[in-house]
Design a protein around this ligand. Structure first.
Ligand SMILES: Cc1ncc(COP(=O)(O)O)c(C=O)c1O
Length: 428
């Protein structure tokens, strides 16, 4: 499939709009954003590389990697072949009872890959939120202390176990009565000053510090220099477990295998998801052996497992994706093309000072910070109409985030910048 945008109808076109009306009648109303003017979304039919074909036959350029998952682009032929082969052999197993060889291989691979200071152990999961919950349980077992430090603006999922640590009140408010006592979480700003201001009362009973090494959904906020080192030092001082949530940043996105490597720190637990398999729902906690060994040996009734844990399709996809990231040297590519994209976004910020405050990011996790709340969605809508898929981010929706597949070429970067320039120019 050709990769650059080619529009044959208005975007969204009539078929996408008709599908939106059907969905509106049957899906739980909060899930898909379906504005009345039909300006969002498009319905995807197929994909190849960076190209998405929508229901109307429009070819769109994907600068989202579908929430950062499709790190190898869409429908990568080797990944598709591996999944088809696995589906024909054994698509589902008994993860914690009679596992597959693939689960062994993936656990070995992840344990060897993680930048941890001692031999590691792995806990697999299906979603990012479930893996974060596994990490929080691990920290509680390892320290015997229930309280967690988590950052304002941090995003760790929307399950009941992660809502208390996701740093956005709007997600939590309707469910406040369902959640554990608020005092279990000490929320701090994503700044060194915020950490320095923590009092002894704040730090009492803290067993875990949970942080993203770049706030992703929170608006692609790169940590101020020294922040992650301060959190590492604080965890050491408290004897707490430092959990780095690299669900978004992991597997090469920021130009290193893990974003913590930009900061020269080692976590106790590292959480991966999204890009780990390039397509299939699988996530993992990789932890220092001494911390993970806080879990008791299973007596046949695992304290923490689930039906799809270690699913063979997910393990096979992850093993294949990790091979392809290595073989394609995609981590270096993310650093190199990320620099080109970042420089181009800075030029756009200079060219549109009325709309854009700044560009920021690392590797292929980049963003434009806009001046107005809600402008991220407005710009994403304009970009979509021109054939470019992007996403809004940030607590006030003031950010446009770009997290394209790592297989992109420089030509794609230039097209993305050109379309964004036009989209910015069309903002009222
Ligand atoms: C950093 C981070 N952690 C956790 C999650 C939750 O992952 P999932 O949506 O797979 O539950 C996300 C999802 O965007 C994320 O960005």
């Amino acid at each position: 499939m050709e990769q650059l945008p080619c529009l044959v109808t208005r975007v969204p076109g009539p078929r996408s709009q008709a599908l939106a009306r059907r969905l509106e009648r049957v899906e739980s109303p909060d899930v898909t954003y379906l504005p009345e003017d039909g300006s969002w979304p498009v319905f995807w039919e197929s994909g190849e590389g960076l190209a998405i074909l929508d229901a109307d036959g429009n070819r769109l350029l994907d600068a989202t990697a579908a929430f950062g998952v499709a790190i190898l682009g869409h429908a990568h032929p080797q990944l598709a072949a591996a999944l088809a082969d696995q589906a024909a052999r054994l698509p589902h197993g008994m993860g914690d009872v009679h596992p597959t060889r693939l689960k062994v291989e993936l656990a070995e691979r992840l344990a060897a890959l993680a930048p941890l200071p001692e031999p590691s152990r792995v806990l697999l999961a299906t979603t990012g939120a479930e893996a974060v919950e596994g990490a929080l349980k691990t920290a509680c077992l390892a320290t015997g202390r229930p309280r967690v430090i988590a950052c304002e603006g941090g995003y760790h999922g929307l399950s009941l176990g992660t809502l208390p640590v996701t740093g956005r009140e709007g997600f939590r408010a309707p469910f406040r009565d369902l959640l554990p006592v608020p005092s279990r979480v000490c929320r701090v700003p994503y700044t060194r000053e915020g950490i320095a201001a923590l009092t002894d009362a704040d730090l009492a009973s803290v067993g875990a510090i949970l942080v993203e090494p770049i706030l992703g959904r929170g608006g692609v906020v790169v940590p101020p220099p020294g922040l992650l080192q301060d959190l590492r030092a604080l965890a050491d001082r408290l004897g707490a477990v430092l959990i780095l949530d690299e669900v978004f940043t992991g597997c090469g996105r920021t130009g290193t295998w893990f974003a913590c490597q930009h900061e020269g720190i080692e976590p106790d637990l590292l959480v991966l998801g999204k890009a780990l398999s390039g397509c299939f729902p699988i996530a993992a906690v990789i932890g220092r052996g001494s911390v993970m060994e806080a879990w008791p040996r299973s007596t046949g009734e695992a304290l923490h497992t689930s039906t799809h844990l270690g699913n063979p399709l997910g393990c096979r996809a992850a093993l294949t994706a990790l091979d392809l990231i290595e073989e394609g040297d995609l981590v270096t590519r993310a650093a190199e093309l990320g620099a080109v994209l970042g420089a181009g976004l800075t030029d756009l910020a200079d060219a549109h000072p009325g709309a854009v405050l700044q560009a920021r990011g690392r590797g292929l996790m980049q963003a434009l910070v806009l001046r107005e709340a809600g402008a991220g969605a407005r710009l994403a809508e304009r970009a979509l109409a021109l054939g470019l898929l992007t996403l809004p981010a940030g607590a006030a929706g003031e950010v446009l985030q770009l997290t394209p597949p790592l297989i992109l070429e420089e030509e794609h970067v230039h097209t993305m910048l050109e379309l964004l320039d036009r989209a910015l120019a069309s903002l009222p």
